[in-house]
Design a protein around this ligand. Structure first.
Ligand SMILES: [Zn+2]
Length: 165
């Protein structure tokens, strides 16, 4: 297994603007600092998929997926975390440092790091959900979506609390 340092991961992330990356797969429309489009991860007719340019995260109000540009690539290309880093590094023209693929068995350090990656992904997803949930009040798109689906505000609050607390 190859692992990249947090510095490398940050470099790859900052070289890949989430709006540009997502735009290759989804037809996005600008709404202030948020971009909206039809979710590529579930079938829908009304756009409930949001991308925040400021926060560099995405979130779908319909199916609940969300996260960073890395999470998006993992999901849309159906690849793992490390492959997503490599994929994004390549598209941005970043040469990654050589990693040791020598050991077939993962060392304890690597296992700890893998767990940390998983935890980070979970936290990012949660943060994305919370961010967009907090913005429902400010977002005409989210409000329209909720109204259109005839979801009660109380249900939204309950759903949000259950998901993000
Ligand atoms: Zn979705």
């Amino acid at each position: 297994m190859a692992f990249y340092s947090n510095d490398v991961i940050e470099e790859v992330k900052s070289a890949n603007d989430i709006v540009d990356v997502v735009s290759k797969y989804v037809n996005l429309r600008r709404r202030g600092n948020t971009f909206v489009g039809l979710c590529p991860f579930h079938h829908e007719k009304t756009a409930s998929f949001s991308v925040s340019s400021d926060k560099q995260i995405f979130h779908c109000f319909g199916c609940g997926v969300g996260g960073s540009v890395i999470n998006f690539i993992m999901k849309i290309e159906n690849i793992g975390f490390q492959e997503a880093i490599e994929y994004l590094a390549e598209t941005a023209g970043i040469s990654l440092p050589a990693t040791s693929n020598f050991d077939l068995e993962m060392s304890k350090d690597e296992l700890v790091k893998l767990e940390a990656n998983k935890k980070e992904m979970y936290e990012i997803n949660k943060a994305a959900g919370r961010f967009f949930y907090d913005n429902i009040e400010k977002s005409a798109v989210a409000k329209a979506y909720i109204a259109e689906r005839k979801i009660d505000v109380k249900t939204v609050a309950k759903y949000g609390l259950r998901l993000f607390s």
